[in-house]
Design a binder for this molecule. Structure first.
Ligand code: SF4
Length: 365
């Protein structure tokens, strides 16, 4: 199953924890970006017909519905099996939702992160729990039932009790898909940099400890399972049948083409990535240069483990792979981080908590 990703990295604010190439940019850059994006899609030679579409990268819900429809008209394969748009809570209205449906959108992913006011306001998010509830109602009124809500475990001032409040809202809103991300600490977000520098800005000194974050994540796994929403990938939980078809292709190594700034693609054994910022992407496009910043050959065996192990079902172990990866596999089996059932290899509940470290071992092993 092949898919298409469109990146729209424009947002109303830059959230403190966000490590995407998104941000608040001048409106003229947005116009030029849309021209560049349209040119990139139009110039693409389609080798296959996409079955899924995902529009993300920032807050594409800000995009005027006519402009979004114009972009989607360039993508073959309508009606797609799934077409998702990422939305910032509070940026949804009846006209927009009706326009999305018309343009082929069938799934909406809301960047909620938390339902607790104290946590939201420290990150720069402008919505409240009631904004999210109104958005979900609006989507359902327009027959969009396939809704994902994103949560983060590890926000400043968060603890198990406040995280449980967010999960109470998940239960109340009764959505079929939830993503739970553990806070990422790196140089690409303001909060991450502050944490690495042991500073206190952006609430950094109130970020829960690693153990607390792990406890929140485990709590989410159990609570969501109780609601019939099961983990099918490290960060993704769904009612059976509501798994994201688009995201599954990343972990199953299906082909996908990404258009726009910082978009990644994988097709015919090659991976490539576009220029990382909106400004660099536009500049390359306006000078008539390729927008692709780098290209590498995929290494199927390594990638199969690196991405496939993220799935709850794990990966099917071929004899040659066992031979090649025997040392790390045996070590992780002994440590109780991986488990083997016949030819299937998967993470244990404990192993998921150390997934980054484990997955790294399969690269260049
Ligand atoms: S978290 Fe979402 S809304 Fe906030 S800056 Fe990042 S992409 Fe934009």
């Amino acid at each position: 199953m092949a898919g298409v990703y469109l990146s729209f990295p424009f947002c109303a604010q830059k959230c403190t924890y966000c490590n995407f190439a998104s941000g608040v940019f001048p409106s003229d850059l947005e116009e030029r970006y849309l021209d560049a994006l349209g040119n990139e899609i139009r110039a693409h030679q389609w080798r296959w017909t996409p079955e899924t579409v995902y529009i993300g990268g920032g807050s594409p819900s800000r995009l005027e519905v006519e402009k979004l429809a114009g972009l989607l008209e360039m993508v073959p394969g309508r009606p797609w099996k799934e077409a998702t748009i990422e939305a910032a809570p509070g940026e949804i209205d009846a006209r927009k939702t009706a326009g999305w449906r018309e343009a082929g959108i069938s799934r909406v992913s809301l960047g909620v992160q938390s339902f607790v006011q104290n946590e939201l306001s420290r990150t720069g998010r402008r919505h409240t729990a009631h904004t999210v509830a109104a958005d979900v109602r609006m989507l359902r009124e327009h027959a969009i039932e396939n809704i994902n809500l994103d949560l983060i475990a590890g926000l400043p001032h968060q603890n198990i009790a406040s995280f449980a409040e967010s999960l109470d809202w998940i239960e109340r809103l009764d959505v079929p898909h939830v993503s739970v991300y553990m806070l990422e600490v790196d140089q690409d977000s303001r909060l991450g940099r502050e944490l690495l520098d042991s500073g206190s800005k952006y609430g950094a000194s109130s970020v829960p400890s690693e153990d607390e974050i792990v406890a929140m994540y485990q709590f989410a796994v159990e609570r969501l399972a109780h609601l019939g929403i099961y983990r099918y990938e490290i960060s993704n939980f769904a009612r059976p049948g509501s798994e994201s078809l688009h995201n599954l292709k990343y972990w199953r190594l299906d082909p996908y083409i990404g258009f726009g700034a910082d978009a990644h693609s994988h097709d015919a054994g090659v991976r490539w990535r576009n220029a990382g910022t909106a400004a660099a992407y536009v500049a390359r496009s306006e000078r008539g240069r390729t927008v692709v910043a780098d290209r590498t050959f995929a290494i199927p065996q390594e990638e199969k483990f690196f991405v496939g192990l993220r799935l709850a079902g794990g990966v099917h172990l071929e004899p040659a792979e066992w031979e090649r990866f025997e040392a790390p596999i045996v070590r992780f089996l002994d440590q109780g981080l991986l488990e083997r059932e016949g030819d299937m290899l998967r993470f244990t509940g404990q192993g998921i908590l150390y997934s980054n470290e484990v997955l790294q071992e399969f690269i260049h092993a």
